[in-house]
Design a protein around this ligand. Structure first.
Ligand SMILES: Cc1cc2nc3c(=O)[nH]c(=O)nc-3n(C[C@H](O)[C@H](O)[C@H](O)COP(=O)(O)OP(=O)(O)OC[C@H]3O[C@@H](n4cnc5c(N)ncnc54)[C@H](O)[C@@H]3O)c2cc1C
Ligand code: SF4
Ligand code: SF4
Length: 321
């Protein structure tokens, strides 16, 4: 099998391991060449592909005269990029390259109410398509509720939300009734308020200067390995190429610090608070991100808890959350 590419080996639009796999499996790769003619036999079937060396001029290949040669073949597969078939009524969405443009909300620009996600924007990965569709579904929700689209965070991923976690754990705050409550100075005792609430939408990833790195020694990634057949073994070879992590490796990988900035229940804040203002939440009231609470009648705002928190979970603020 012969694979031809317009580009030099190091510029091929393939990952290094895909190229190595192909070579190990006996594929010969011709780099920096372009097809110029399909040569057919008397019955009109392809019998060879005429190639020539090519030079890129303004991103387009140009054949170099005098370098033509033929590759004998009985099957030619054209695999030169992906695009959508928008010919059945979707022509007006075509951006001229067989794809559809989107804005940051995955809405088609200037086409209100038209949303798009996945390879049709730009061929990429399955996870990209799923992530984009997740954002698009939120955009559709805003659109249907006739709300303005909300600015997306820089790192646009699902983030931990304490209120949601409390709901999942059946620890939702109680109903809030202003009339019933009367004087509302001080919320420390109110079970209708969420104390130490931090919306992590602003910080899905904590920057390294907010982590106390002494607690996070460098831990190398647990990388998957792969195996593949040689040219002699490739026919009929159906074994998995990617060798997944063992259960132990998967656990180790999940335990590596991902700079998520979540409380990992180290008790530092409880221990170091000079006022004994921080206390562990009772077990039946605790859930992820709700391990400690603060008695604001005792807190003097000294910042020590925030300084000793290794993960950056404690954010000192003036009630802007
Ligand atoms: C060879 C190859 C290997 C890949 N390997 C990986 C990989 O290892 N990991 C990875 O993450 N990604 C990989 N990808 C990319 C991944 O497959 C795509 O990013 C992903 O499938 C995109 O999902 P999508 O829903 O946007 O599009 P698609 O999965 O293409 O789904 C689009 C669907 O719309 C249908 N459709 C098209 N036109 C119309 C129409 N007019 N009306 C109704 N339906 C229509 C199609 O039939 C199709 O079912 C690979 C892709 C290829 C081609
Ligand atoms: S700011 Fe100081 S007093 Fe208040 S909870 Fe933190 S460590 Fe305790
Ligand atoms: S908030 Fe920070 S210091 Fe307190 S227990 Fe959690 S991780 Fe430790």
């Amino acid at each position: 099998m012969t694979l031809t590419s317009l580009f030099a080996r190091e510029e091929m639009t393939a990952t290094e391991h895909e190229v190595e796999d192909a070579l190990r499996e006996g594929v010969s790769i011709h780099n920096g060449v372009m097809p110029i003619e399909v040569i057919v036999d008397d019955d009109g079937y392809a019998k060879a592909l005429k190639m020539a060396r090519c030079e890129m001029v303004d991103g387009r290949p140009n054949a170099v005269e005098g370098t033509e040669y033929e590759i004998e073949c009985d099957l030619i597969v054209s695999a030169i990029g992906q695009g959508g078939d928008l010919s059945q009524g979707l022509e007006s969405l075509d951006n001229g390259r067989g794809l559809i443009d989107s804005d940051a909300f995955y809405q088609v620009p200037d086409r209100k109410g038209h949303f798009v996600a996945g390879d049709i924007i730009r061929p990429h990965l399955l996870t990209t398509a799923i992530g984009q569709a997740s954002i698009a579904s939120e955009s559709i929700d805003h659109y249907l509720k006739q709300e303005a689209q909300q600015k997306r965070p820089k790192v646009d991923v699902h983030h931990f939300e304490l209120l949601q976690k409390l709901r999942e754990s059946n620890l939702s705050p109680k109903e809030f009734d202003a009339e019933d409550l009367g004087d509302m100075r001080g919320t420390s005792e109110g079970d209708w308020a969420v104390h130490n609430y931090e919306d992590r939408a602003s910080a899905e990833i904590i920057s390294s200067d907010r982590l106390f790195l002494g607690h996070f020694p460098y831990t190398p990634r647990n990388l998957r390995t792969s195996s593949g057949p040689t040219a002699d073994e490739v026919l009929g070879h159906f074994e998995e190429r990617g060798i997944g992590l063992s259960a132990e490796q998967a656990v180790n990988e999940a335990e590596r610090c991902m700079s998520c900035g979540m409380c990992f229940e180290c008790d530092n804040c409880v221990i170091y608070c000079p006022q004994d203002a921080i206390f562990r939440v009772k077990k039946d009231q605790a859930t992820t991100g709700r391990y400690v609470d603060t008695d604001y009648n005792k807190c003097i705002g000294c910042h020590i808890c925030s300084d000793v928190c290794p993960t950056g979970y404690i954010d000192m603020a003036m009630g802007d959350h």
